[in-house]
Design a protein around this ligand. Sequence first.
Ligand code: ISJ
Length: 462
Amino acid sequence: MLAPLKTLEQILARLAETIDSLPLTRSEGFVSLVLELPQALTIAPEIPGPQFQFTHNHRGEVRAGYGIAGEWTAQGEARLQTLRTGAKRMSAHWEHLDPDETGFSGFAMLGFASSPVTDAPSEPDTLPNALLWLPELALSSRAGQAAVILSTALPIAREEVFARWKTRLEQVIPRLNQPALDPLTPARLDQGPTEPDPARWQDLVLSALEQIEQAHLEKVVVCRRLRLEGHRRFDLTRLNAALAYLFPSCQVVTIRRHATSFVAATPERLFTQQRDRIEVDAIAGTVCRAASADRDAELTSALRTCHKNLHEHMVVVDAVTDALGHCSRHVEPPDGPRVMQLNNAQHLWSLVRADLDPGMDVFQLAELLHPTPATNGHPCESARAWLRRCEPIRRGWYTGAAGIIEPDLTGELWVLLRCAEIHENTADLYAGAGIVAGSDPDSEWQETEHKLAAMSTALQFA
Ligand SMILES: C=C(O[C@@H]1C=C(C(=O)O)C=C[C@H]1O)C(=O)O
């Protein structure tokens, strides 16, 4: 194994050898230079400045981006169309050079808030409503192989881009695969306010149930926010490592533009698109886990047979199947429900797969699928209107989506659940629960407690 400094030296030498083959004087577009890394990654380093990271332990995949080579932001009902226009231009004029024949290519991150409408003017420290982001330096690791991808907007002078890329490489490469940090003792976290409080939650769920009884709604997802204060500044490297360890089948997401970081460990894909194939996770219907194997098996079997949970689940499956019907040649019968077990909860989970109409891209699919009734409700517009009127918190990026966009504008988006906004030693955690006929306010509150435990447990180790 090469020492990190040796790796840096070799990559800088490779950059110097190859930079003259790049079309840097072209009048528009982007160019990416892909260089091989000697070793796969398990996690990407935390560096000050704009950064995103997606780590999936079971898949053995890491993708991360640092700095900004290109970015597009948007808000309002047309936000995804606006970003799509930028993305199409990027994709049409994006050249790759892969001298080491790694097979990796550049990628962008797409992410957006739950609602396209931001009521309050966004604070300087929050993420934009919707964001497409081509990083200056990206790391990609899968199947035991890894690459670093350097990108820039064109035209650019050779000296300028060389200096920029060199600075980024010097920041990132020596910190790859550093030995794991020594563990800290788990820290006590102080509970701050929870919004809505338990009394307001009761009112909110009862008022949702009234809407359901009057047949204005079939399902609506009610959410809450909990503030936790740590006794030390949360360390994102430790937090990512703890989340990846505790939730190996989830996508651990970190997005940071300013001082506040958005972090999630989500089990739910909005979709994965590979060429004309799509796969969607329909996840809804939740019970907790139990330490005793017998009790745990009882809970699993109760989940499988509970009418309320099955109904809550099928609302999502049907809505996803229906949405895919609008963009597919063939939608397969849903595969499920099976039970997805995480260490803090178990969910009913179905896979919905389809063969897409030709030419579909991530932006069109996100437009059709977001939000599913797993995080919003059904019928979609009535649930949205009710939530806008009654929900006491602003969701921000919680229940939005984020993921990786490939150069051909296919890709994968994850629903932003089990998440927190983190600033220094303060974390705002979010969780919600689907309300259908038969839901009980106290049990739904308990369900949000179990969901919040995903992040609060990991934060104790950060
Ligand atoms: C809304 C959340 O989760 C969603 C709601 C679920 C449910 O109500 O059973 C299950 C999984 C997610 O689709 C959350 O985690 O905050």
